[in-house]
Structures are given as structure tokens and as C-alpha cells.
Design a binder for this molecule. Structure first.
Ligand SMILES: NC(=O)c1ccc[n+]([C@@H]2O[C@H](COP(=O)([O-])OP(=O)(O)OC[C@H]3O[C@@H](n4cnc5c(N)ncnc54)[C@H](OP(=O)(O)O)[C@@H]3O)[C@@H](O)[C@H]2O)c1
Length: 257
């Protein structure tokens, strides 16, 4: 088992939601956590909120913003655990979605992860030690009609994660994917506002019947809690034999063995 004490952990998109919960749990495990936001104020606020060791900021949807984040990260000790969590999601009508939106989603959800792995993974391989956790979604396995564009990015993350896990062969570096199901966060609240609008129904009604109508295969019939996703991230960060894998934290929505 890997001990996270004094390890440098970078969690992208850690001002709120899943990323914030993962970052907070890593602080509790004794890690030197570096939090991240698009804005300096957001990053510093999150740093103070969870007692993180550092804060960096920059928009990960393009190479310039990612380089800004990498420049700031170079001021800290080498990243031992990279958690690619930053991501966007929204309800969209497939028939109305423009090429630009498709490409923006690919940039934000996929290229952000590619660029950070490309920059930080070689040093892990050189040190023969490191962990990468890519936060995808159960939508990677079960594309959602109201977010086909998003589901595509999460399937791409799975493929890339497995591909780069192959590059760790014989080393002590692990690359895995975490696949949360519907988890109650700020982002998901906005998502449900979009779904209610698309269905022309009040938000409360959509929320009240969501699992029955949209996720009948969910075994827990409720939202996953951010702390439950964080527990799974800690497991992946500490385990030394789970590699090239994808861990579902989706309450059993994906009905397969
Ligand atoms: N919630 C769910 O039900 C669910 C389910 C499956 C998978 N996921 C995945 O889990 C991850 C986190 O989801 P969440 O619900 O916790 O999201 P959230 O509450 O909307 O938080 C998103 C985080 O990502 C950051 N972010 C957004 N766009 C960014 C960009 N262009 N560059 C850099 N950072 C950016 C935000 O930072 P600032 O706003 O501070 O800049 C924020 O910290 C996402 O990858 C999502 O796809 C979520």
C-alpha cells in the first residue's frame, strides 16, 4: 500500500464537488495537496478551506492555460499523484449542437488530461513511482442521449487511460480511471436545471423521479455522495496492484458483471 503522507498530490478542478472532496481527503491522509481552479481567487479560497499546501490556477481547456498551471506546479516538489478531475457537463440537444461545442468539450475534458499526463508522467516513470487517476464517468459505458458529447469525452478518457497505463509496464506507476455515477455537486445541480428545462417540468419533480425514470438500474436509487467518490480515489491512490483499470462508483447503474 502507498502511504500518502508527504506525497505531493495535484487535483485539477478542486474548488468544489468531487475534486474538492478528493483534495480534502488527501489532506486528511497527510498529503501535500495542491488545489486548482480557473481563477486565482477560487484556488486560494479552496486552499484555505481544506488546508492544502498549495494553489495553482489556469483554464485547462487550452494549451496556454495548461502551461500556466504546469509553470506554477514546477514551483512545488514533483507531483506524486495526479488526479485529472476538472471537467464540464451539460444537457444538450444532439441535433442543435455545433462543431465548436463538440471541440470545446474535447479540449476541456480530454485534452486537459492528455496535456497534464504528457507533462507529468515521464518524471513518475523516471522515479519509478507515481499515480494517475482520471475521473471519467459511468456515461463512458452508458452514453446518455441528453449528453452524447459529454459521454464521448468520458469514453475517450477510458481509452487513453488504458493506453497510457500500458506505458507503465514493469514500473511502480499506476494509471486508473474512476467512474462516478450521478453525484450531488454544484455542477450536477446545474445539469438538473438543464434537464428540467429540456423536459419542461419543475426541477423538484425531475429530481424526485430521476432515479425511477432515468436510472432504474441504479441499485442505490440515490445520488452518490462526493465523500464516497473520494474514498474510491484514496483506494486507487494507495493500492499498488490496481493498474490499467476503471473503478465504478455509480451505485450499480451499469448492469453488467
Ligand atoms: N457530479 C456528477 O454526477 C459526476 C458524475 C460522473 C463524473 N463526473 C465528473 O467528475 C468531475 C467533477 O465533477 P463535479 O460534479 O464535481 O463538477 P463541478 O461541481 O462542476 O466542479 C468542476 C470543477 O472543475 C473545474 N473546471 C471546470 N472547467 C474548467 C476548466 N476549463 N479549466 C480548469 N478547471 C475547470 C471547476 O473549477 P472553477 O469553477 O473553480 O474554475 C471546478 O473546480 C468532472 O470531470 C465530471 O465530468 C461528475
Amino acid at each position: 500500500m502507498r502511504n500518502l503522507t508527504e506525497k505531493t498530490v495535484f487535483v485539477s478542478g478542486s474548488t468544489k464537488g468531487i475534486g474538492n472532496a478528493i483534495a480534502a481527503r488527501c489532506v486528511q491522509e497527510g498529503a501535500r495537496v495542491i488545489v486548482h481552479s480557473r481563477s486565482q481567487s477560487g484556488a486560494v479560497e479552496a486552499q484555505n478551506q481544506i488546508g492544502a499546501a498549495g494553489a495553482v490556477w489556469g483554464d485547462l481547456s487550452d494549451a496556454g492555460g495548461t502551461n500556466q498551471v504546469l509553470d506554477q506546479l514546477s514551483g512545488y516538489s514533483a507531483v506524486d499523484v495526479l488526479i485529472n478531475n476538472a471537467g464540464v457537463f451539460s444537457v444538450e440537444d444532439f441535433f442543435q449542437l455545433t462543431d465548436d461545442v463538440w471541440l470545446d468539450y474535447f479540449q476541456t475534458n480530454v485534452m486537459s488530461m492528455v496535456r497534464l499526463c504528457r507533462a507529468l508522467m515521464p518524471a513518475m516513470l523516471e522515479r519509478d513511482s507515481g499515480v494517475i487517476i482520471n475521473v471519467a464517468s459511468e456515461a463512458a459505458f452508458k452514453p446518455l442521449p441528453q449528453m452524447v458529447h459529454y459521454s464521448m469525452t468520458k469514453a475517450a478518457m477510458l481509452s487513453i487511460s488504458r493506453g497510457i497505463a500500458e506505458l507503465t509496464k514493469g514500473s511502480n506507476v499506476c494509471v486508473n480511471t474512476l467512474m462516478p455515477g450521478p453525484t450531488w455537486t454544484d455542477g450536477v445541480e446545474k445539469y438538473f436545471e438543464g434537464l428540467a428545462k429540456q423536459e419542461g417540468r419543475p426541477l423538484e419533480e425531475v429530481l424526485g423521479s430521476y432515479f425511477r425514470e432515468h436510472e432504474p438500474t441504479s441499485l442505490i436509487q440515490r445520488f452518490v455522495k462526493v465523500d464516497e467518490v473520494a474514498d474510491a480515489a484514496i483506494f486507487l491512490a494507495q493500492n499498488t496492484a490496481v493498474n490499467g483499470s476503471s473503478l465504478r462508483v455509480e451505485g450499480g447503474i451499469i448492469r453488467s458483471i
